[in-house]
Design a protein around this ligand. Structure first.
Ligand SMILES: O=C(O)C1=C[C@@H](OP(=O)(O)O)[C@@H](O)[C@H](O)C1
Ligand SMILES: C=C(OP(=O)(O)O)C(=O)O
Length: 446
């Protein structure tokens, strides 16, 4: 299936159409809010910040990251990288980081990562570059998030790894004398982060690394993003048809200045607001040529009738009326967009079938279960399937929303709360993971 989402493409397989009366658009903006222009700021991309931090921590010399995300996840990662020997200074959204040159310090404590899945996966390979014993650990939820496919590959290369408390999950005990390198096979993965992790640290392995992918790989745009950030810091990776990657041994990253673009995942909540008729939303700092796969959410909105326009500052999204009708949307490549899409589906006339999204079960919460349950709390029929959700749009009403300590559940339902009175988010603070300023920005739409 074509997943480009280009207008006229088959991104939205099904039979969406503009019905004139039955769409919810008219009801969504009873007070003509859809015409006002609201400028909303988003922080730097979480995924790019975490790649740049990890790579800069391996580089020789001082890197400067501008417009970095400073939030709970990146703070946990920075603390971890400091324990491993990097020197880091934060001023506003700028991070100066002096790398280790790949010579890691062995911390005298476990490395605690909260619920930062990306950092857990990235550091699992990175600590293998050291000499000694390392323990990676995190919150109770992180202790349920799997790393086993990556551990198997690292064990095959000769690293000693133990997960004494929960098989394949943190705490991860790693005893190492450097990353030996060699061949790595992955099949039918539930996270792209294993591949990004191996790619990032492979230049420092003792031998060349060849990564081969068989079967299904999820969240593929994140692998491209990894390659792009590696390239920025001076390392290019050989590849064959997107299914094999080759990293030559004996290389090192070169410290760089790096401007980090705005975060499309964070911006999706404001795009959602525009789609629900809450204003012409402008988000500066985003680029149409982004390596962030989540930019595809805009294509989905366009296919549903929203107007998306770009200028040199960023993007503007506006929506008079959403197309009604049944849709099938495969979301395997952009899992973080599913909460935003699910809330949109709740307000749209017709059935939305979200597929290829089984990996949402291993995120900050089991997002498929969480979304089905919370949508039903606001009166929307939503059913979990093997690999996604079936949502029948309708007329959401108020309700108390449980967040499961998941920032994306909180932020997507918060936007629903701007359309429908009395949607109360139980734990507002959980947005600190990726977007501490979220509530202040959202106020501009209220
Ligand atoms: O590499 C990354 O920065 C990420 C990859 C995705 O995870 P999976 O590859 O585990 O789906 C995404 O959900 C996560 O928020 C960030
Ligand atoms: C899944 C996410 O992050 P991570 O895997 O890094 O915890 C997310 O931010 O939605």
């Amino acid at each position: 299936m074509d997943r480009t989402g280009a207008p006229g493409g088959s991104d939205a397989a099904g039979c969406a159409e503009s019905t004139g009366e039955s769409g919810k658009g008219a009801e969504m903006s009873p007070d003509n809010r859809s015409n006002r222009r609201v400028i909303l700021q988003v922080p730097g991309s979480k995924s790019i910040t975490q790649r740049a931090l990890t790579i800069a921590a391996l580089a020789n010399g001082e890197s400067l990251l501008r417009n970095a995300l400073i939030a709970e996840d990146t703070r946990y990662l920075m603390k971890a990288l400091e324990l491993l020997g990097a020197f880091i200074q934060v001023e506003g959204s700028e991070i100066r980081i002096t790398g280790t040159g790949g010579r890691l310090q062995v911390p005298d404590q476990r490395i605690y990562l909260g619920n930062n899945g990306t950092a857990l996966r990235f550091l699992t390979t990175l600590v293998c570059l050291g000499e000694g014993g390392f323990v990676l650990d995190g919150s109770p939820r992180l202790r349920e998030r799997p790393v086993e496919p990556l551990l198997q590959v690292l064990r095959c290369m000769g690293v000693f790894i133990d997960t004494p408390e929960n098989p394949g999950c943190p705490p991860i005990h790693i005893t190492t004398r450097g990353l030996p390198g060699g061949r790595a096979f992955f099949a039918d993965l539930d996270s792209s982060q294993y591949i990004s992790s191996l790619l990032i640290s492979s230049p420092y392995a003792a031998r060349n690394v060849k990564i081969m992918l068989a079967g299904r790989t999820v969240s593929e745009p994140y692998i491209e993003m990894t390659l792009k950030v590696m390239e920025h810091f001076g390392i290019s990776v050989g590849r064959q048809y997107g299914k094999a990657f080759f990293v030559a041994a004996g290389q090192s990253y070169v410290a760089q200045s790096f401007d980090i673009e705005g975060d499309f995942s964070s911006a999706s909540y404001f795009f959602l607001a525009a789609a629900l008729g809450l204003g012409r939303v402008q988000v500066p700092g985003l680029t149409a040529e982004s390596s962030q796969g989540d930019a595809r959410f805009l294509k989905i909105l366009q296919n549903l009738g929203c107007a998306v326009s770009w200028n040199e500052k960023g993007v503007e999204v506006a929506c008079e009326k959403l197309h009604a009708g049944d849709l099938i949307l495969p979301m395997g490549d952009i899992p973080d967009m599913v909460p935003s899409l699910a809330v949109l589906a709740a307000f749209r006339s017709g059935r939305t079938v979200i597929t290829e999204a089984a990996h949402l079960r291993i995120k900050e919460s089991n997002r498929l279960a969480a979304l089905a349950r919370e949508l039903s709390r606001i009166g929307i029929a939503a059913q979990e399937t093997l690999d996604g959700l079936i949502i029948d749009g309708g007329h959401p009403h108020g309700g108390d929303i449980e967040t499961y300590n998941d920032h994306r559940i909180a932020m997507s339902f918060a936007v629903a709360g701007l359309v429908v009175p009395e949607i109360n988010i139980a734990d507002r603070d959980c947005v600190r993971k990726s977007f501490p300023g979220f509530w202040d920005e959202l106020k501009k739409l209220a």
